[in-house]
Design a protein. Structure first.
Length: 350
């Protein structure tokens, strides 16, 4: 039977992979969720791969312990609908330190191998410490020569980037060719489109001149993370809008979710959304009571960030509480959604 699948809550990246991670994901969003002992012992958690068919961190069904990819392989049509593959990757991300300044190529970049692709993404801010924000694009007047000179001198690249303070409910879309970094004190939901059968590439411009030991701890005598400066420079869209002109295209200030109001689905970004973005479709489901999630000809991922959400069909029901995610197949059609002071983000890569 085709039905949504509640996924395990502890698909965490190890501290050595995401050394910039914090403690908010586990404490605030995963506090009541069942976690494997080794994952619960992680010093920090930078990322939780909530909905994933990626081989490195595949999502696992909480009920039968099979991977999401295995369920899709059992019934490709029921899961994928009109989609060619499962292109969606959803993460919860918590930054206690700044992430590297990075950039993604486009899918059609001529320098990519056949199994490589871009990684357009969208962020929904869940929490932000006072003064926290994002770095999005270079400031006006910054050219390739200035960036190269700063990097060669091991200078502070963040001084050339446009800093954007954030608040809960802020939505951003990040397309190919846009330099970006998440600053310290930001917790968010990240959705990415990674084409099935390809590896989504990230090129690091700069990592704040940091060095780490083998366990991911800052250590002046350790090793720096790998950088990809020439490729990053090559894929940067130097003629793209910058500063406020860029934000007008890529940001929506949706505000905090109202959990007392009637349950509803609020579009945030997508081909026809308030923020126009072809690679991803993102909406917020929030409030109390019952609403309907319309049918879609492609699979979706739902991540609950407050309260509880129950999805219902004719002969199935899936309940997810804060910190849990559900993979929703195309074949289930329209879905009744019951919320108990609920707040969830649903996304697709149409």
């Amino acid at each position: 039977m085709i039905r949504p699948r509640l996924l395990r809550a502890d698909n965490f990246t190890p501290p050595a992979r995401t050394p910039w991670g914090g403690t908010r994901l586990r404490a605030r969003f995963k506090g009541g969720a069942p976690l494997a002992a080794d994952k619960a012992a992680y010093r920090v958690v930078g990322e939780s791969w909530e909905v994933s068919v990626e081989p490195d961190f595949p999502s696992v069904d909480a009920e039968d312990e099979r991977t999401l990819a295995a369920h899709i392989a059992d019934d490709p049509r029921g899961w994928l609908g009109d989609a060619d593959g499962f292109d969606l990757l959803v993460k919860l991300l918590d930054a206690d330190d700044a992430l590297s300044v990075q950039i993604h190529p486009s899918d059609d970049d001529a320098a990519l191998a056949e199994d490589e692709g871009g990684k357009p993404e969208s962020w929904y801010v869940l929490a932000a410490e006072p003064g926290a924000g994002l770095y999005l694009g270079f400031e006006e007047g910054v050219d390739e020569a200035a960036v190269r000179a700063t990097l060669e001198a091991q200078g502070d690249l963040s001084a050339l980037l446009h800093f954007v303070p954030v608040a809960p409910g802020d939505v951003f879309v990040i397309d190919a060719g846009t330099p970006h970094a998440i600053g310290p004190g930001v917790t968010l939901v990240e959705r990415q489109r990674v084409r099935a059968g390809r590896r989504g590439l990230t090129y690091r411009y700069w990592d704040w001149n940091r060095r780490y030991d083998a366990n991911g701890r800052r250590n002046a005598g350790g090793a720096p993370r790998a950088l990809h400066v020439e490729r990053a420079l090559a894929v940067t869209r130097w003629d793209a809008p910058r500063g406020e002109a860029l934000l007008e295209r890529i940001r929506l200030r949706a505000g905090a979710a109202d959990l007392e109001a009637a349950a509803r689905v609020e579009p945030l970004a997508g081909p026809d959304g308030p923020v126009r973005f072809a690679p991803l479709e993102v909406a917020r489901i929030c409030g109390t009571g019952t609403t309907t999630l319309p049918a879609a000809p492609y699979p979706r991922g739902l991540t609950v960030v407050e309260g509880a959400v129950t999805l219902r069909g004719d002969d199935w029901q899936v309940r997810a509480e804060r910190g849990r995610s559900v993979a929703v197949p195309a074949g289930v059609g329209a879905v009744e959604v019951a919320l108990e002071h609920g707040h969830a983000i649903i996304a697709a890569a149409p």
